[in-house]
Design a protein around this ligand. Structure first.
Ligand SMILES: [Zn+2]
Length: 115
């Protein structure tokens, strides 16, 4: 399952950033998730729960921040928000569009419980 391997990566990333030698619980993990990844947030939350079982990240809540797909047209220079799939420029109809955002999959915040 696609989401499960992503969830495992997230758990691994968080674990690597935890302060060593401190037994503090992870309260939440904030993930920036671009819509271009075509991931169902609920599914990823579920997989995250599974992947974090038995690790220091267990019990943490995954907070997903959706990042809409934004494109830039190389022909006319207009920027626009695309749907779930990049199609063509909404201004001139050209297909030479570039992805500006929407590709993100970054852990941006890890909240720890009080020591
Ligand atoms: Zn255009």
């Amino acid at each position: 399952m696609h989401e499960l391997s992503i969830a495992r990566n997230i758990v691994e990333t968080v674990r690597q950033h935890l302060p060593a030698g401190e037994a503090r619980d992870v309260k939440s993990v904030t993930l920036k998730l671009g819509e271009f990844n075509r991931i169902v947030p609920e599914s990823l939350e579920f997989c995250f729960e599974m992947a974090s079982q038995g690790t220091a990240v267990q019990g943490a809540k995954l907070m997903i921040k959706n990042v809409p797909i934004r494109c830039y047209c190389k022909k006319c220079g207009s920027g626009f928000e695309a749907g779930r799939y990049i199609t063509i420029c909404t201004n001139c109809g050209d297909a030479g569009v570039e992805l500006i955002s929407g590709n993100e999959m970054d852990v941006v915040e890890v909240e720890l419980s009080e020591a």
